[in-house]
Design a binder for this molecule. Structure first.
Ligand SMILES: *Cc1c(COP(=O)(O)O)cnc(C)c1O
Length: 432
């Protein structure tokens, strides 16, 4: 008999899995689910190993197969994103940013970044990674009419303050930031451009979002687990050999072991995106649009209406008049609809605990096979709660019912029949 403490650990994992995998509609924009094959490969002996340094130039012995896998993973990602270099050792998007920022700037330097209230990630700011590196930030102005960085004002700022780095990309990312004009201005003053596509990496893989490497960014940083449906991890892409060398040399500053077991799953996910990425990304954009339109017609203020709401997987609503984001996110959770409160451009710093917005992402439910019809259903259930004051527990029953038919991962590889489940489990067992 296992000790009670162990049973408690098992129980809490079982309850989490049942709730989040089978009973919730997950609309957190930064999450996803791996395919059955990627999941099976995720658990392997590499999770116990070190492989500091680069393939062929490690500090320890024992990485013969890790070297093959890491090189292959990096080649696959470079091919998928049509770039010359992919650095796969950052263990998260924030760490990828840290590596890129450290590569380009030193203590006391200035970085020009998107404003936090307009969707920037905390790691872009003095309150996060950037600040921890001693780099100061100055915010770029945001233009509400185009729901984007105000290019003219940003260019003037670049020319006047001459930053070391200009950062693009966001966590509330509805429309692509304009890499080209910003990069031109940045290069004219000797600044480097880091475009953080953590949220939209899967959309880039599927060809529905521009790849900033091709528009002139020095380095593109990302997470591998948001719209790109791989294991949690980070990625840096570049076409410039000098940048790749610089970035690679800085990896060891931030990670010693790089969570090597995730690489097999990352590689498989990259191959899945080569096969299914365009259908997956296309469905995401259709679902996001249908979802936004239905939310709006149900009486919810969806942001960026004049621009067609969104070009990504994200839809944001302004719930100020319904009590604010904190209250609404909690009510939705009671109905098993999982989303997060989010600041919107008009919020002040002191509004952060109860900001104006709710952010939704359609990518994970799209991967579970939901289409426009289901997203319209979900929009109605959300409006039942927010607009019509329905009891969340009564909606929860409908959510559980709706989720029942969408538990199988699409756009990815199953455990192959000829390999057989037994073989996969033996493989895992052998791996551990
Ligand atoms: C999520 C996010 C990150 C951080 O990624 P992690 O993998 O969670 O560290 C960085 N930048 C942006 C824009 C993000 O949205």
């Amino acid at each position: 008999m296992l000790p009670a403490e162990v049973l408690e650990v098992l129980d809490v994992v079982r309850r989490h899995n049942t709730w989040r995998k089978f009973e919730c509609i997950n609309l957190i924009a930064s999450e996803n689910t791996m395919s059955p094959l990627a999941k099976a490969l995720y658990v392997n002996d590499m999770m116990h190993r070190y492989a500091e340094g680069k393939p062929g130039k490690r500090f320890y012995q024992g990485s013969i197969f890790i070297d093959i896998l890491e090189t292959r993973t990096s080649d696959l990602l470079a091919k998928l994103f049509n770039v010359r270099f992919a650095e796969v050792r950052a263990i998260s998007g924030s760490i990828a940013n840290a590596i890129a920022f450290r590569s380009f700037a030193s203590v006391g330097d200035v970085a020009l970044v998107p404003a936090l209230q307009s969707g920037a990630h905390i790691s872009h700011t003095e309150f996060g990674v950037l600040g921890a590196l001693g780099i100061k930030h100055v915010e770029m102005p945001f233009d509400l009419d185009s729901w984007n960085i105000d290019v003219d004002k940003a260019v003037k700022l670049i020319e006047s303050i001459k930053p070391r780095i200009v950062v693009l990309g966001a966590s509330l990312y509805l429309f692509p930031h304009p890499t080209k004009p910003i990069a031109e201005a940045a290069y004219s003053v000797g600044a480097r451009v880091v475009h953080d596509v953590a949220h939209v990496l899967g959309l880039i893989a599927g060809g529905v979002w521009p790849n900033p490497v091709h528009e002139g960014a020095d380095a593109v940083t990302a997470s591998t687990h948001k719209t790109f449906p791989g294991p949690q991890g980070g990625l840096i892409l570049t076409n410039r050999e000098d940048v790749y060398k610089l970035v690679s040399n800085n990896v060891l500053t931030f990670v010693s072991n790089h969570h090597i077991h995730r690489l097999a799953a990352t590689a498989v996910t990259a191959i899945e995106m080569m096969h299914f990425g365009s259908a997956y990304a296309d469905q995401i954009t259709r679902n996001a649009r249908a979802f936004a339109e239905e939310l709006a017609s149900q009486g919810l203020p969806v942001v960026a209406e004049n621009l067609g709401y969104t070009k990504s997987h994200i839809v944001a609503i302004d719930v100020r008049k319904f009590g604010g984001g904190a209250k609404i996110a909690k009510l939705l959770e009671e109905a098993n609809i999982i989303a997060n409160k989010n600041v919107l451009p008009w919020d002040r710093p002191q509004d952060a605990p109860n900001p104006s917005g709710i952010r939704f992402g359609v990518q994970e439910m799209t991967r579970f096979g939901m289409k426009e019809g289901e997203f319209k259903e979900i929009a109605k259930l959300i409006a039942d709660i927010i607009v019509r004051g329905a009891e969340p527990s009564s909606i929860r029953r409908k959510v559980v019912e709706l989720r029942k038919d969408f538990v199988k991962v699409h756009y990815g590889f199953d455990l192959p029949e000829d390999l057989g489940k037994k073989t996969i489990y033996e493989f895992i067992e052998m791996g551990i």
